[in-house]
Design a protein around this ligand. Sequence first.
Ligand SMILES: [Ca+2]
Length: 368
Amino acid sequence: MRVSSIVPGLSAAALLLQLLAAPAQAERPAARPGKAKAVRAEAGHSYRHRAELRAFAAEVATRHDWDASWVQAQLADARRLPRVAQLIMPPAVGAAKNWAAYHDRFVEPRRIQAGLDFWQTHQDTLQRAEDRFGVPAAVVVGIIGVETFYGRITGNFRVVDALATLSFDFPAGRSDRSAFFRNELEELLVLARREGVRADSIRGSYAGAIGWPQFLPGSINRHAVDFDGDGHIDLQRSVDDAIGSVAHYLQRHGWQPGMATHFEVQPPPLGAPARATLLAPDILPSFDATRFAELGATLDDAGRRHDGPLALVELHNGQAAPSHVAGTQNFYVLTRYNWSSYYAMAVITLGEAVKAARTKAGASAGGS
Ligand SMILES: [Ca+2]
């Protein structure tokens, strides 16, 4: 969803991705001693008396024409969390990208079984989301499984603490995203006010991603839907809202109903200029099937029939040979949820594995 293009790694899943797949956009640490003092401030201290927070609160109150005392009250107990500042840091330089490790972490028997149970329990809602937004159940099941293991790992940080820490004490060592997080802190207040809850009652990941699908507050405000019709959007407690919101998010980002996410492909040989040509646009679909063939990439039958641009997606496997797929527009849309081809491929593969398990379970139930 969500801006991982701006800040890779907002959920527990994305953090693992950083560790296992080391996304290409992760930045190298740069020494910025000017900020170190603030970060070394007393652990867990309150922001109550910080001038930056008071200025922020006044600015937000003015912008929305809110009572300044309401804004102050929402932020009064926000605390700096040193752990959050640690977790936002990019992985160690030199971490090898490894699709095989990422795959094994997310596409394994316990998560597939949990996905099967999830699909069974929520099949009507998944079907309703597919009918409404055109996004297959398997894709929604894949996303919620990778993001939070079907609601088991949704993050236990107070989002107001996490976002305040990243807004006012963004750590030195990677490029400063504090403006982005101040915007999310403002979005958290919008959300709290609309839903009639206290901002500090909302829990999420170290980067402020909330609920079963790990949406940031801004994504909730822009893209989440009330899919159980109770008049509220609650991605922490309503699985229906989570399912509808994931499907709606993908639809809004250009999901094409009925289109495959990817095709099998044999790329041109290592070192061939055509291979570099195909890899240059990275995950942005840029070449049609005819151009793939001209450049010496061999698509499977369905891929050769595909009408529309494709991307040659390369997934590294540590020291072993890389894997490749030809990603469609829908593969690209999945990376709008989390800016990584490793993430998209894990979502697709988990969803397919759960779907296969469901078919098998249905077949055996039908045969008994
Ligand atoms: Ca609802």
